[in-house]
Ligand binder design. Structure first.
Ligand code: SAM
Length: 222
């Protein structure tokens, strides 16, 4: 009998943001595939799960791991895939692995939980009946410009992931192109210094503390 791969969502900050089921599945897993094994070991230790077998799984070794995971599943192993934060595969590695295993008809099930974009949208006060998830914008200026231009035309609420290194330049771009729309910035959600800002991008820009992780929601024109 072949095993099962669980794609397990973990907290985006506050370690209590994990489901009972996720804890049970992690406890029952033979192998835990983790982006950074230290991050997941810390989480598991909070839930008194010890002595697990961890295998590192990140964008640079994903290809190499695929056959290995296939072998373990063929042996009937129960495997959990986790990322450093939130839902695996959402701007995190795993797509090539899941795609391959799907074509081989292995059993793959989600263990849903937090994701930064859903958390941000849920407190944004913006219409979420439909939205576009852009994740990290391309770094190349021309591609980036084209994408933002397209978002002007599409006129839908859209969500961006951004790191502290580029938040300033992103806010400049939003201020230039979307000055008449509202923007919601969620910084360090669920963590000690979480912060939420709402308003016009040119204003918000001045108030942003440049520390931590960011989700930015840009409202459609209303
Ligand atoms: N898999 C994750 C998810 O489900 O949201 C996303 C992983 S992606 C590599 C990391 C990015 O998610 C960060 O750069 C930031 O944009 C966003 N993010 C993750 N945790 C966050 C938090 N607590 N507060 C704000 N943004 C966060």
């Amino acid at each position: 009998m072949s095993g099962k791969l669980y794609v397990v969502a973990t907290p985006i900050g506050n370690l209590e943001d994990i489901t009972y089921r996720a804890v049970r599945i992690l406890r029952e897993s033979d192998i835990i595939l983790a982006e950074d094994t230290r991050v997941v070991a810390r989480l598991l230790s909070k839930y008194e799960i010890h002595g697990k077998r961890y295998i590192s799984f990140h964008e640079h070794n994903e290809e190499k791991r695929i056959k290995e995971v296939e072998k373990y599943l063929s042996e009937g192993k129960k495997i959990s895939l986790v990322s450093d934060a939130g839902t695996p595969l959402i701007q995190d590695p795993g797509y090539r692995l899941i795609r391959y295993l799907r074509t081989k008809n292995f059993e793959i099930v989600p263990v849903p939980g937090p994701s930064a974009f859903v958390a941000a949208l849920s407190v944004s006060g913006m219409p979420t009946d439909s939205f576009v998830f852009l994740g990290f914008l391309p770094h190349k200026p021309s591609r980036r410009k084209r994408l933002l231009q397209k978002m002007e035309e599409v006129n839908m609420t859209f969500v961006i992931y951004e790191s502290v290194h580029r938040i300033d330049s992103l806010m400049d771009e939003l201020c230039e192109r979307f000055a008449d729309r509202n923007v919601f910035v969620a910084r360090e959600m669920t963590k000690l210094h979480e912060e939420y800002l709402f308003g016009r991008p040119c204003e918000i820009k001045k108030a942003i503390v440049k520390k931590g992780e960011f989700v930015i929601v840009v409202e459609k024109k209303i």
